[in-house]
Design a protein around this ligand. Structure first.
Ligand code: AMP
Ligand code: MG
Length: 399
């Protein structure tokens, strides 16, 4: 059995980048950029109107209200071909280029149509540059807009689009397979037989991966029987990362470690000094990372967050999001001292930059997945601690 910190290091040491690929913009969300992205042109690429109104020269309005000749209209996507002279203005729509000879825009609300066609009354003055977005004010030509290593979220997709990029170089994201094991498991949607339970880890692990934009292949439920297990395990070992749920503890039917070994998987560690989640197994075959997580759902959830998610992030070039922060415990806390670091579901309420930590009162162990419903984090308590007083500082991990 090894300590959690050591286990995380062993995992990260073996999580290798998978190379670079070119993705279309639509597919890129959730990936990490593998190139610096420069702008090839100014944005906006011309001085543009920020309002619907009239483009004019501010100094012509010194004696406003004043009547000007409206000599044309610029629709969005169009332009005014001539030069605007003294005493003239051009009707303009939001986003259109400013005609030559103008330097500002008066909002339509501050103008009045005159009876005589072709004339407009301007009711107030504007300052030079009012309601105009200057060429290059958002992004200057030649500037590095997005650096290699940036996570592509939705705003990054939109910025790549305005730069005209249809494809983008990113680090490959791992492909992940999931296999659940256990003769007692039934998929949700089917009839529950006595002494059976619904499989919650399958949907849970797939959803954890989907929420990270990681492609996942669900292999279903394997029986607690070596031949069936081996057949399904061979399928999962083809991907970059393989997660198995259940069958890694000490029971008579916990066959996963043995069958993995017979498939050529080398165990790096089996058992980590954490509660829950102790029986977790981590192994390698070729470049495939294999995690066997204990079947109790809180163990599965926790070990995904603290070991599997960091591995995936490392493989895809993303900064590790796992952070151990400090919070203030808002009740007294007691536990029976043990040998393993204890992770307990807590609700953390942010108050003036400091998290107030409320342990979930009803939590009664690793099978109790419902205890995660009111929670948004885990509190970490060292094994030898038996009592923590209200207002003690505690380590927390937020989801
Ligand atoms: P195991 O890790 O196979 O020894 O299972 C430990 C406990 O977790 C047992 O009570 C199992 O019934 C339960 N369990 C195992 N797999 C799942 C699963 N996929 N979904 C929900 N509970 C599970
Ligand atoms: Mg089992």
């Amino acid at each position: 059995m090894i300590e959690f910190e050591r286990a995380l290091q062993e995992v990260l040491n073996r999580a290798r980048r998978l190379g670079i690929e070119s993705l279309s913009l639509k597919e890129a969300v959730g990936s990490v950029l593998a190139e610096d992205v420069k702008s090839k042109f100014d944005i906006p690429s011309f001085h543009k109107s920020a309002m619907d109104g009239y483009a004019l020269c501010a100094k012509n309005l010194e004696s406003a209200p004043v009547d000007l000749r409206a000599v044309g209209t610029v629709p969005a996507g169009g332009f005014y071909p001539g030069k605007v002279k003294k005493g003239e203005c051009v009707k303009i729509m939001t986003g259109s280029p400013l005609p030559e000879g103008t330097d500002s825009v008066i909002m339509i609300e501050f103008t009045k149509d005159k009876r005589e066609p072709g004339w407009v009354r301007i009711l107030r003055r504007v300052s030079k540059g009012e309601n105009v977005c200057l060429q290059g004010e958002d992004i200057e030509k030649g500037k590095i807009v997005l650096k290699k290593g940036t996570l592509i979220r939705v705003p990054e997709v939109a910025v790549l689009a305005i730069l005209g990029r249809a494809k983008i170089k990113v680090y490959k994201r791992p492909k992940v397979s999931i296999l659940c094991t256990g003769d007692e498991l039934i998929e949700p949607g089917y009839r529950l037989k006595s002494s059976h339970i619904y499989n919650s880890n399958g949907p849970m692990i797939c959803s954890l991966l989907t929420s990270m934009n990681i492609e996942n292949q669900y292999l279903g439920i394997a029986k607690d029987e070596a031949k069936d297990l081996k057949k399904e395990i061979e399928k999962g070992l083809r991907d970059n990362l393989f997660i198995l749920s259940g069958g890694v503890s000490m029971g008579d039917y916990d066959l996963v470690p043995k069958v993995l070994r017979s498939c050529g998987v080398k165990a790096i560690f089996h058992k980590v000094s954490i509660k829950p989640g102790k029986p977790i197994l981590f192994g390698l075959r070729g470049r495939t990372l294999i995690f066997g997580v204990p079947g109790n759902p809180v163990s599965t959830y926790l070990t995904f967050l603290i070991l599997i998610k960091p591995a995936i992030e490392e493989m895809m070039g993303k900064e590790i999001s796992l952070k151990i922060e400090k919070g203030i415990l808002k009740t007294d806390f007691r536990q029976k001292p043990g040998k393993r670091k204890h992770f307990l579901p807590v609700y953390v309420k942010m108050k003036e930059k400091q998290g107030e930590v409320f342990p979930v009162k009803s939590y009664h162990g690793s099978a109790d997945i419902a205890s995660l419903l009111p929670a948004n984090g885990f509190m970490m308590v060292d094994a030898d601690v038996s009592f923590l007083k209200k207002n003690s500082k505690v380590d927390i991990i937020l989801w």
